[in-house]
Write a protein that binds this ligand. Structure first.
Ligand code: C5P
Length: 219
């Protein structure tokens, strides 16, 4: 069983994807974390984010692993726990550029598909329904107003001690959505057979319940 959950930044994908995965005992794959880890690899190795060739050449040297843990799964980049480091503002600001590179996308897409070979999955990202798992049993496309998404991120960030203002976060979300939906390869878009859910005025439980109902009709 493959459940694809796509949508823009802050639409609630990872929160609901994790819960849905737990309910069915499926593997949860956070593909955004993979692109973030590649971006962090460039930073650690002092590779310019604009240097597509150098980043592309280094891709085979990047090992990525997820370790299940509560409340967030651990992300391991070449034996280093980078769970927190991949969420920094610098990585957030540069991940859309790094993830627009052909070689980066080809390699991550391949690795994401491999993760579905022996398990049922809930995979969240931007191009899961359109590119990574075009035959997924269920495709969900989550949306929410920019204001709602910014408020959610602001609260999350504040709880983690970030000093970013609501306005900063709103600008960052708008800029990232623009880049993610205008890149040439696998841009963020709703696939024709994806079911759109606007989460602006829904609680997490309400969104999860809608998805569970959809999954049960396809199982
Ligand atoms: O989901 P998250 O916000 O952590 O994703 C970070 C970034 O990774 C996105 O803004 C996008 O640039 C990239 N991404 C992608 N394709 C995916 C998942 C994420 O290009 N499937």
């Amino acid at each position: 069983m493959q459940i694809a959950i796509d949508g823009p930044a802050g639409s609630g994908k990872s929160t609901v994807a994790k819960i849905v995965a737990k309910k069915f005992n499926f593997v949860y794959v956070d593909t955004g974390a993979m692109y973030r880890a590649v971006t962090l690899y460039a930073k650690i190795n002092q590779i310019d984010y604009e240097d597509e060739q150098e980043i592309s050449e280094k891709i085979p040297l990047i090992s990525l692993n997820f370790i299940p843990a509560d409340p967030v799964q651990k992300v391991i980049l070449n034996d280093q726990d980078v769970t927190e480091a991949i969420r920094s503002q610098e990585i957030t600001n540069n991940v859309s550029l790094v993830s627009s590179y052909q070689k980066v996308r080809d390699e991550m897409t391949e690795r994401q598909r491999q993760m579905t070979e022996n398990s049922s999955v809930v995979m969240d990202g931007r191009d899961i329904g359109t590119t990574v798992l075009p035959n997924a049993d269920v495709k969900i496309f989550l949306i929410a107003s920019v204001d709602q998404r910014a408020i959610r991120r602001f609260k999350e960030n504040k709880a983690q001690g970030s000093s970013a203002t609501l306005d900063d976060i709103k600008k960052e979300i708008v800029a990232r959505d623009y880049k993610d939906s205008h890149r040439l390869i696998s841009p963020l878009r709703k696939d024709d057979d994806a079911i759109e859910i606007d989460t602006s005025n829904l609680t997490v439980d309400q969104v999860v319940n809608k998805i569970l109902k959809i999954v049960k009709t396809r199982a």
